[in-house]
Design a protein around this ligand. Structure first.
Ligand SMILES: Cc1ncc(COP(=O)(O)O)c(C=O)c1O
Ligand SMILES: [Zn+2]
Length: 446
């Protein structure tokens, strides 16, 4: 059976467009596009047969199916030839039972999905492998693409630069100057992209890259290109797969440009359409208070207005005019959606508190954890609920944030869990004394 996927307008305009066309908006109404699959043809396999196939491929070496994105290729982008795929083994990231942190919140079934344990250290690899593979196939077939380009708050540019380099495709990245972490800035530099640091914010970079992509030959790699979301939706399938094909009660995810939450919802919807699951999780989007347009819309029955995003430690979600907002609202309406926000103090304290139970959280995961804490305190998430928090990037990319916290340099953050090295002379007794004082301090701590 031949499987098919095409672009369609999310507002319902008639017509479909090949996924090989460099179009990012509906030519009739200008709204976003989405990838639509021929679900009827996918029903040629039973739900049990799909689950078996995905399990057989999971983390094995047969190209390209060992990647957890390409292991679900028929559901993602069936027309990509295996020799066009640019993959560095995406997905298959750890989903762990956060036993101790959960217990602190009075929960016994809290899980963390570490999407940041990936090739470039964020969930963006899940989608970028799909987009860059499509680009490579277009170029192999003589299509006129000079370069792939994106605006980024850091992680998208890191992922684009890596996958473009692996595929031998020129990459251009537009970053807001001074607003991404040093590690994130270095990633596209190392991978040889043209790095343009602009005196604006993410929304300003996004406006410019959208204009660039109207030129012949510059292909847009932001998540408004729905090929990215097709790869990102596999996170929902992977979570369910890792939970032995059961659905969690609640999924908490940080939101900026709001592509990832739409992708998450699409993954659950597709599993439901094909009979792999018979219920849907509740989805919670967590936003930084400094960049909270979706949170504000949630309080106004989803009436959306862009905001000017203020600086936040959660720099990757410092976005005031999210491109995928309409898709996100649609997803949240279908999934009993909740939007919660976290102040700078709340996100930094939540990240550090969870670090004390063995995690190493990026600030965006801090936003998600802070939202979870607040919703638990208000009883909106039950003690017994199975909750999965999606951790979107590796804490290792956010050294400035973590050092600033422990050195108590973050504005408006009390840094309750600050922990600094004790500097000592080369002296045995001084070391003994420091250990004794530390133990005494721990015993008298509340
Ligand atoms: C680490 C991290 N977390 C969360 C997000 C938010 O994802 P989205 O923009 O799809 O809402 C991003 C990207 O923007 C990110 O890089
Ligand atoms: Zn349309």
């Amino acid at each position: 059976m031949a499987y098919r996927a095409v672009f369609r307008c999310i507002a319902g305009c008639s017509g479909e467009h090949p996924v090989w066309d460099p179009i990012y908006r509906c030519p009739s109404c200008g709204d976003l596009l989405e990838v639509a699959h021929d679900v009827e043809s996918l029903k040629d396999r039973s739900a049990a047969a799909w689950m078996r196939l995905f399990d057989e491929r999971y983390k094995r070496t047969t190209w390209p199916y060992g990647s957890s994105v390409w292991g679900k290729k028929e559901w993602v982008c069936p027309d990509v030839r295996n020799d066009s795929v640019v993959s560095m083994d995406e997905g298959g990231t750890n989903l762990f039972w956060a036993e101790r942190f959960g217990r602190e919140l009075g929960m016994d079934d809290l899980w963390v999905k570490l999407c940041g344990n990936s090739h470039t250290g964020s969930f963006k690899d899940l989608g970028m492998t799909v987009l860059v593979s499509v680009v490579r196939q277009i170029m192999d077939e003589g299509g006129d693409i000079r370069a792939v380009a994106c605006a980024s708050t850091g992680d998208t540019s890191a992922s684009l630069a890596a996958y473009a380099a692996a595929g031998g495709i020129p990459a251009i990245v537009l970053l807001p100057r001074g607003k991404v972490s040093t590690a994130q800035l270095l990633q596209p530099i190392a991978n040889g992209a043209l790095v343009l640091a602009l005196d604006t914010d993410f929304d300003g970079c996004m406006a410019i890259v959208q204009r660039l992509s109207q030129d012949e030959g510059i292909y847009l790699a932001n998540s408004m290109n729905s090929l990215r979301l097709e790869g990102q939706k596999t996170v929902a399938i992977e979570i369910v797969q890792q939970l032995d094909w059961t659905v969690p009660d609640v999924v908490v995810i940080p939101g900026g440009n709001l592509g990832n939450v739409s992708a998450l919802g699409a993954g659950f919807d597709m599993m439901s359409d094909l009979g792999l699951i018979d219920r849907q999780p509740q989805i919670v989007v967590a936003q930084a208070e400094a960049a909270n347009p979706l949170y504000l819309a949630y309080g106004r029955d989803w009436e959306f207005e862009p905001v000017g995003a203020k600086p936040t430690q959660a720099s990757a979600i410092q976005i005031g005019n999210p491109v995928s907002v309409r898709k996100a609202i649609r997803t949240l309406r279908r999934h009993r959606g909740i939007v919660e926000q976290a102040s700078e103090a709340e996100l930094a304290e939540a990240a550090a508190r969870a670090d004390r139970t063995g995690m190493y959280n990026c600030p965006h995961t801090g936003v998600a954890l802070a939202a979870l804490i607040k919703l638990r305190e208000r009883g909106r998430i039950d003690a017994g609920a199975r909750v999965v928090v999606v951790s979107t990037a590796s804490g290792l990319k956010f050294t400035d944030f973590k050092l600033g916290y422990h050195e108590r340099r973050l504005p408006d953050v009390p840094a309750t869990w600050a922990n600094v090295p004790v500097e000592l002379p080369n002296d045995y007794d001084a070391v003994r004394r420091a250990i004794d004082e530390h133990s005494a301090g721990r015993e008298s701590a509340p």
